[in-house]
Design a binder for this molecule. Structure first.
Ligand code: 4NP
Length: 177
């Protein structure tokens, strides 16, 4: 492995040492709250909380202020992750400036986010969450909202292995200890 010395343009240095990560889906009540919760849990497990700002948002406003979907919360809890303190919020144009890494759960979310980047200035920060997934399938996290119970566990499995890979890459990229 080659080591690089971070320079002053490094995004984590620009943002006062924090790596700011935002997960985005449609409603902010199923997929992105799960990604936020699982990432938080993984970061906490490695005692790296002080390096991160972690959040999630939805491109739509229907569920603003609501707790995550009960079925998603149950699945998360069964797998050792609590989503109980989260409340849905809508993605804002300002988020494009505030976060270094913006992960869209599906292509529709990605398009909606990029549409808000009128000047194309922030596009490099925005990508599909499953680009990091070692088994990326069609690169989208399926929306479990209208599906059956198993859909929620499938989403958990996708999110868990993607988040684990994401955290190892960030630990290397930002020299986190
Ligand atoms: P999410 O799931 O985008 O993963 O939070 C959805 C939640 C609600 C709706 C759609 C998707 N909805 O249409 O209300």
């Amino acid at each position: 492995m080659t080591m690089q010395i971070p320079d002053n343009d490094h995004p984590a240095i620009q943002s006062g040492g924090l790596v700011r990560v935002l997960f985005v889906c449609l409603g902010n009540i199923c997929r992105s709250p799960l990604a936020e919760g699982v990432f938080r849990e993984a970061v906490g497990h490695k005692n790296l909380d002080h390096h991160f700002q972690i959040d999630s948002a939805g491109t739509g406003a229907w569920h603003v202020g609501e707790a995550p979907d009960r079925r998603m919360q149950q699945t998360a809890r069964r797998n050792g992750v609590s989503l109980a303190d989260q409340r849905a919020r809508q993605f804002q144009v300002d988020d494009l400036r505030s976060f270094e890494h913006i992960f869209a759960m599906d292509r529709s979310n990605l398009n909606d986010i990029l549409f808000l980047d009128g000047t194309g200035e922030f596009g490099h920060k925005v990508r599909l969450f499953r680009e990091i997934d070692p088994e990326p399938g069609d690169y989208q996290v399926p929306d479990p909202y209208y599906g059956s119970g198993d859909g929620f566990q499938d989403v958990f499995n996708i999110v868990k292995r993607t988040v684990d890979e994401m955290l190892s890459r960030m630990i290397e990229e930002y020299y986190l200890t």
